[in-house]
Design a protein around this ligand. Structure first.
Ligand SMILES: Nc1nc2c(c(=O)[nH]1)N[C@@H](CN(C=O)c1ccc(C(=O)N[C@@H](CCC(=O)O)C(=O)O)cc1)CN2
Length: 291
């Protein structure tokens, strides 16, 4: 029997409805709408699409939203000046600078320039440190989306063997932290799992992956995770968003659906959850800043 689908599109729609309800309640209490500023530098087609999708998602839940589109030739000083202006704007609760940035710009310097209280991507070193210490101000969007996609579909993680293939700052590293930590009132998304982080230099990657109850493919390599790497009945999360000849393609080979118990699709799995958790963080930032 083929695997069941972990439907991120459906869960995202449910969670966005919950966020819209909270925005309406804030408006009824006389509070201003959560505000998100999205900054895009250059014309990368995928980044343009992501920012467009984020902008529309914000409008749909009743946020105030502005997309700042800058030319590919923008200097680091010009970008830092815009970030400083957004940091000082009380109507802006969340700031995201879409990655990757053009090569003349030092991405780390830009990430450090975003006010930590408005860092809804959770990329600033202060917020990464708080997450690592188990006292998160925000959760990073894609890792939080993965955990919500699992737990809200009834997949329990406590005590499970989870293998994360990928060690990026955006996905692999923070996801491993969240999965391994003990849940507390201050850290409710922590999962109490037993976590292995694997990567391109891991010896016998297939054997490591076959040890997983839950397997997360986040290596950014189209369809690298094949059926022989998956234990029958395992849960497989596909974080890949590779655009191959104009077609969205994940890190998971289609043959995995014949072996696994549950699989998240691409498109329609983790991607819509990433944007939903950005909305969640922007609402949280508004609550933290405005009350
Ligand atoms: N500042 C950030 N930059 C980047 C991030 C991020 O979280 N913050 N992550 C990725 C790109 N990304 C979000 O920005 C992202 C990727 C894919 C999707 C998505 O919804 N994908 C769809 C398929 C595409 C479509 O149909 O339009 C899906 O999987 O269903 C959302 C966000 C790098 N940069």
């Amino acid at each position: 029997m083929p695997a069941q689908k972990l439907d991120g599109k459906a869960l995202a729609a449910t969670m966005r409805g919950e966020i819209a309800t909270q925005v309406q309640a804030r408006a009824a209490a006389g509070k201003r709408a959560p505000g998100l500023a999205a900054v895009l530098v250059g014309e990368d087609p995928a980044s343009q699409q992501y920012v467009k999708n984020k902008h529309k998602a914000c409008q749909d839940v009743g946020f105030a939203t502005a997309a700042h589109r800058l030319p590919a030739t923008t200097s680091q000083a010009e970008l830092l000046a815009l970030v400083a202006q957004l940091n000082a704007d009380p109507a802006v609760h969340g700031i995201l600078v879409q990655l990757p940035l053009p090569k003349q710009i030092d991405g780390e310097a830009v990430i450090r320039a975003v006010a930590p209280a408005k860092d809804v991507d959770c990329f600033h070193p202060e917020n990464v440190g708080l997450l690592a210490a188990g006292h998160p101000r925000f959760y990073p969007c894609t890792p939080h989306g993965v955990i919500q996609l699992l737990t809200r579909n009834g997949v329990s993680l406590a005590g499970k063997s989870v293998v994360v293939v990928g060690r990026s700052n955006i996905v692999g590293k923070p996801l491993a932290l969240m999965l391994m930590q003990k849940p507390t009132a201050a850290n409710p998304a922590a999962a109490d799992a037993t976590v292995t982080v694997a990567h391109t230099r891991t010896s016998d990657l297939a054997a490591v992956c076959r040890g997983a109850d839950v397997l997360v493919a986040a290596a950014g390599v189209p369809e690298f995770l094949t059926a022989d790497m998956v234990r029958p009945g395992a849960v497989v999360i596909d974080v890949g968003t590779n655009n191959v000849n104009g077609r969205w393609c994940g890190d998971v080979h289609p043959g995995v659906w014949d072996v696994a118990g549950w699989v998240s699709p691409v498109p329609g799995g983790v991607g819509p959850m990433t944007i939903t958790m950005l909305l969640h963080n922007t609402l949280a930032a508004a609550q933290q800043i405005d009350g």
